[in-house]
Write a protein that binds this ligand. Sequence first.
Ligand SMILES: NC(=O)c1ccc[n+]([C@@H]2O[C@H](COP(=O)([O-])OP(=O)(O)OC[C@H]3O[C@@H](n4cnc5c(N)ncnc54)[C@H](OP(=O)(O)O)[C@@H]3O)[C@@H](O)[C@H]2O)c1
Length: 332
Amino acid sequence: MTFWNNKRVVVTGGGGFLGSHVVDLLEEENCLEIVVPRKTQYDLVHMKDVYRLYDDARPDIVIHLAASVGGIGANMQNPGSFFYENLMMGTQMMEVGRQCHIEKFIAMGTVCAYPKFTPVPFREEDLWNGYPEETNAPYGLAKKMLAVQSQAYRTQYNFNSIFLLPANLFGPRDNFNEQSSHVIPALIQKCIQARRTGQERILLWGTGEASREFLYVTDAAKAIILASERYAESKPLNLGNGQEIRIKDLLEIIQRLTKFKGKVDWNSEMPDGQPRRSLNISKMEENLGFSPVVSLEDGLRKTIEWYEKKVPGQFFECAVQGSSVLSTDLSL
Ligand SMILES: NC(=O)c1ccc[n+]([C@@H]2O[C@H](COP(=O)([O-])OP(=O)(O)OC[C@H]3O[C@@H](n4cnc5c(N)ncnc54)[C@H](OP(=O)(O)O)[C@@H]3O)[C@@H](O)[C@H]2O)c1
């Protein structure tokens, strides 16, 4: 018998990047049923759809990954909808889970919830010591409310929920849409596009001096599965690999792996986002008995291989000729 035996599991956002990897791992367990509600069937911003989902799926466990997400550009363009949609989805999913007496609710936070100037590496205790970096504050704060809700519901209703704080994720099936991608897919896409079309220079946002931490998506999925099984407190739990890297240094690795030999210009008028990001992962290691296994370089190699296969050169060159085709068709 494992934790998952005979359980009905709902994975919201299970058709997305992280969610699809979580579902892959759950399929190896003995769940009674895994339900992946898509937005077209259940728009979880609306309470009536949330009730309908619980009614249809009758879950024991809910892993709530559905979210409106994107890189700095998407956050700057959609601060209102990112705030509202993430707040409503999370709050309602947990509230109806409580009303239905489910066994456990797994809420997904984000490293964007940390204050802009948190001492590095970020410890969970520092989560409330300041306001997040402005470009992603609405998204980060909407998700952070799930930590409050989790604690409040545990105290008042003895409801079992946990709140996880993953670092920036990367890997195969990431979102490569130019308008909404995060930093790694954006850099990979720019380097490959430039190499394939013979462009000699690429232009990137910011100064390249900011730092980030990146967790390979299958390691993140494994950590979520283990946290569901082994962690039962409302205190936030970081999920990361504990390694900080400057964007400039990350770019050098990506240039080498994508074989882009041109020059890079930095547009320092555009924002860097949070100056530094790296997580203290000692609580994750202690509570889950887990450390990530995929290194940044191996993970980048796998992601690039996946992307080059998914978007072959011939297709890519056609797509580049019409940028509307490019941005639509690259939402992988
Ligand atoms: N990617 C990262 O670097 C990162 C870092 C930290 C935390 N996270 C968190 O990890 C989770 C997954 O992120 P991701 O990168 O995998 O995002 P993603 O690929 O964009 O997936 C998000 C999913 O949410 C679903 N969704 C969005 N709006 C919805 C709505 N109104 N109703 C129902 N479903 C809705 C989408 O469903 P459809 O596919 O059906 O449209 C999509 O599958 C999010 O909670 C995010 O905040 C991600």
